[in-house]
Write a protein that binds this ligand. Sequence first.
Ligand code: SF4
Length: 277
Amino acid sequence: MTIKFTTRLSTENIVSKSSETATTPVGYVHSFETFGSVDGPGIRFVAFLQGCRMRCEFCHNPDTWNIGSGEAYTADELIAKALPYKAFWGKDGGITCSGGESLIQIDFLIDLFKKCQAQGINTCLDTCGQPFTYKEPFFSKFKKLMKYTDLSMVDIKHIDSGEHKRLTGFSNEHILEMIEYMSNHGHHMWIRHVLIPERTDYDTYLTRLGDYVQTLDNVDRVEVLPYHTMGIVKYEKMGIKYPLAGIEPPTHDRIVNAERLLHTADYPKSNANIRKF
Ligand code: SF4
């Protein structure tokens, strides 16, 4: 969800699917980043999966929204594409799936992360949680995915459900349910929050969010991500009106204030069951 410098796909990257069986899950990928440094621990190979149902006003990658487009990869093909970079991963790095919203392609994720772990590759899921539900068949798949996920980076877009809906098009109850499930079942998380003037940058909301996160277990890091306007050019190219026109990035003082109210310095908590990477 935080695409920084991406390597766009080209046709020579696509591997033939002719040898795959019909039941092999296929993932649709928007782009790759080969040396990701902000998408999980260490240096990581990041696959930005295509498709997202949310419509965050601040989204800087509207080109990832469309579901079902992108370039198709099997898990084996994606791992083969990542492995040449393994020497750079060290003991902490590995493969991250981001988006778009990766959980939309949960069958592919299960297959990919299972195969990664079998090869000793660290797995990180970057998600906004929108697809999460306790309904079947999703929930059983989610539990299976968590078995193969070393770390989840979870965005909380807004702590207030009504404001969350205004900001993203969806309320946040099911997202908080997913986070609480992870908290209660030993699944390690980094919690991230985009700081946006006139949307999330209010002390009352930040205090609520900080208090909420403090009730959770297995949170290894809390990050404030300052809103930026780098995505505007994509909206212009796609002919979409930019929803946050006129809103500037937060000031340094407001970023420091948000970090204080979210208690970012408290993580990882000294008494927590901290995942060692
Ligand atoms: S969750 Fe929001 S920010 Fe992330 S891809 Fe979807 S619309 Fe964009």
